[in-house]
Design a protein around this ligand. Structure first.
Ligand code: DAH
Length: 350
């Protein structure tokens, strides 16, 4: 008959097996598995401790002492091994994370403002510097604000020129920023001195100088004695600020329903200086913006008394000015998102 294994002998063997396995554990996970195997709740050594009750009193005392000693010895070994494995792991990751300061730096891609936005900010800066305040109006406008209140009734021919996108009955995507004039005058008494940057939309056929969505900057100055001379001085100063001090300006009579008198501002051609070239179609002048003295009907629609206030207004196409200022030939490149084009504006002012 085979004698059951001497419990103390079994305990000694367990201890030496466990020691060996602890030392050969290669990772913290391995080590944890060894701990569970021997010292866990269902572990081998724990099992022997549980079985102590079955042993005789003498044996129980001796074996008990041995098992408890083995248990704390193994725990200590596990802790030591754990510390060693952790140190090795930390060192490895430190090494991985270490920075080689001799490597060349990685250049970051730096973005830039879009030329249209850059142009718009330049325009705004000039007027903000003169004491104008910037406000915004909605892109979806009432037909009333976009046309009627601006003295452009249904039958008016200029309404056809602004072929509009209708959103719903009585609502259009604004064809210009001018309706903001009505909004601002309705919301506050004179004096008013505002600029309105924003997007406009027209059902134009896109070509080198037309897109269906574009930006405008509107201006409105209303006070008790605003004159045409104020308009000319303000806009001439603006043009020289944007296009250079050498720039000559002229105000050419024009028609807009919401101003009377109305004018277009031309500047001497930036390419030929006035001699005549392709850009200015040999005229020596290029058109920059529309302007005029606010029409009495506009004041009436906005709730101002045209007998007591006067004012001037102006509006300009931002893309158009960007083309002139940056010497861009085709408006479409502003919408192509070609990085080779856009990168040329990196680091430029505004
Ligand atoms: N709203 C006009 C347009 O879209 C531009 C304009 C002309 C605005 C004269 C004005 C102005 O305020 O007085 O073409």
């Amino acid at each position: 008959m085979k004698r059951p294994m001497d419990p103390s002998e079994e305990a000694r063997r367990l201890e030496s097996d466990a020691k060996e396995e602890i030392l050969s554990a290669k990772s913290l996970e391995d080590l944890e598995a060894v701990r569970v195997k021997y010292l866990g709740r269902k572990g081998l050594l724990t099992g022997l401790l549980r079985k102590l009750g079955e042993a005789g009193p003498d044996e129980r005392r001796e074996l008990g002492r041995f098992l408890n000693a083995a248990k704390s010895a193994l725990s200590a070994e596990i802790d030591a091994r754990k510390a060693a494995l952790k140190a090795a792991r930390d060192e490895a990751s430190l090494h991985e994370e270490s920075v080689d300061i001799t490597l060349p730096g990685r250049a970051r891609e730096i973005g830039s403002r879009h030329p249209t936005i850059k142009m718009m900010r330049e325009i705004m800066e000039v007027f903000l510097g003169m004491g104008f305040t910037s406000i915004e109006g909605p892109e979806i406008e009432t037909e009333y604000n976009n046309f009627d209140a601006l003295n452009t009734p249904e039958w008016h021919p200029s309404r056809d020129e602004h072929d509009s996108f209708y959103v719903a009955d009585g609502l259009v995507l604004r064809t210009h920023t001018s309706p903001a004039q009505i909004r601002v005058m309705k919301s506050q008494p004179a004096p008013v001195r505002v600029i309105v940057p924003g997007r406009c939309h027209r059902r134009d056929t896109p070509d080198a100088s037309h897109v269906i969505s574009f930006y405008q900057v509107e201006g409105l100055y209303v006070d008790y004695e605003v004159s045409m001379a104020d308009l000319k001085g303000t806009l001439a100063a603006f043009a020289r600020e944007i296009f250079g001090t050498e720039t000559r300006v002229r105000f050419r009579p024009h028609f807009f329903p919401f101003t009377e008198p109305s004018a277009e501002l031309d500047i001497s051609c930036l390419v030929c200086g006035g001699k005549g070239c392709r850009l200015c179609k040999n005229s020596g002048w290029v058109e920059v913006l529309g302007c005029g003295m606010v029409h009495p009907n506009v004041f009436r629609h906005a709730g101002y008394d045209p007998r007591s206030v006067t004012g001037f207004a102006f509006g300009m196409g931002v893309e158009r000015l960007a083309l002139l200022k940056y010497g861009i030939e085709n408006m479409r490149v502003l919408y192509d998102n070609d990085l080779r084009f856009l990168k040329q504006f990196q680091g430029m002012h505004a």
